[in-house]
Write a protein that binds this ligand. Structure first.
Ligand code: BG6
Ligand code: MG
Length: 227
């Protein structure tokens, strides 16, 4: 039996926006006297906008320096810079193999979902020309809890009317892998250094349907033999 659905994270899986987030955060952090580098930025992967700001303020030892409205203003300035930079994205910015994987899954009768905590996800999908490629995109603005909570993956399963236990989730961030595992789906991690992924691949180039199918079948056999 095939999986019912494959549910994808967006940033770092479908396209690589980490550098655009970094440049925008670096500007806003510098405004308040905090320096961040790419290594620190890696810790912000998969983390919501406000939680990212909180980590930056903590990194600069300024946790208590800004009240809620000042934090919202900083987050708003970062987002304006980030949204401007999204004009660089085109269909060529889709990571290797991902458009073809989405087509193959459709041809196999497997549903596709998106589980991104980015409030900019609809604009990014449009810039990439992928807005009609997903059967259901979970709405980040309705989330009560961000990753590593499984809420967004469960919302995607509900929207697709599928059983999490019969789905695969794909992520490039540790918080995302934890969210997938907590949802009861099988987790596939993209990139180095991720812990607890059921399958870990170096890049999206390795993320093909034959690879996913072999992984799925192996997991089903392991599950059947343990019962
Ligand atoms: C995630 C990114 O996908 O979305 C994070 O990995 C980002 O870096 C988060 O902070 C929220 O994005 P946005 O577009 O709502 O600020
Ligand atoms: Mg990501």
């Amino acid at each position: 039996m095939k999986p019912q659905a494959v549910i994808f994270d967006l940033d770092g899986v479908i396209t690589d926006t980490a550098h655009l987030h970094f440049v925008a955060w670096r500007n806003v952090a510098a405004e308040v006297g905090i320096m961040i580098d790419e290594k620190f930025n890696a810790e912000l992967k998969g983390i919501s906008r406000m939680a990212s700001l909180e980590r930056i303020l903590h990194h600069g030892g300024k946790d208590a320096a800004f009240d809620l409205s000042a934090r919202e203003a900083l987050a708003g300035r970062k987002n304006a810079l980030y949204v401007d930079s999204l004009s660089q994205l085109t269909p060529q910015s889709v990571l290797p193999g991902m458009t073809s994987l989405l087509h193959t899954l459709k041809a196999q009768g497997i549903k596709t979902g998106l589980a991104s905590v980015s409030l900019n996800a609809p604009a990014i999908l449009t810039a990439l020309g992928l807005q009609s490629h997903f059967d259901f995109c979970a709405d980040a603005s309705r989330l009560k809890r961000s990753k590593p909570d499984p809420e967004i993956f469960l919302a995607a399963c509900e929207g697709l009317k599928v059983d999490p236990a019969r789905c695969i989730g794909i992520e490039d961030a540790q918080a995302g892998i934890e969210a997938i595992n907590a949802s009861g789906m099988l987790s596939v991690g993209i990139g180095v250094g991720l812990k607890h992924a059921d399958l870990l691949l170096d890049s999206t180039e390795e993320l093909t349907w034959p690879r996913l199918e072999a992984f799925w079948n192996q997991q089903q056999r392991a599950c059947a033999s343990s019962h």
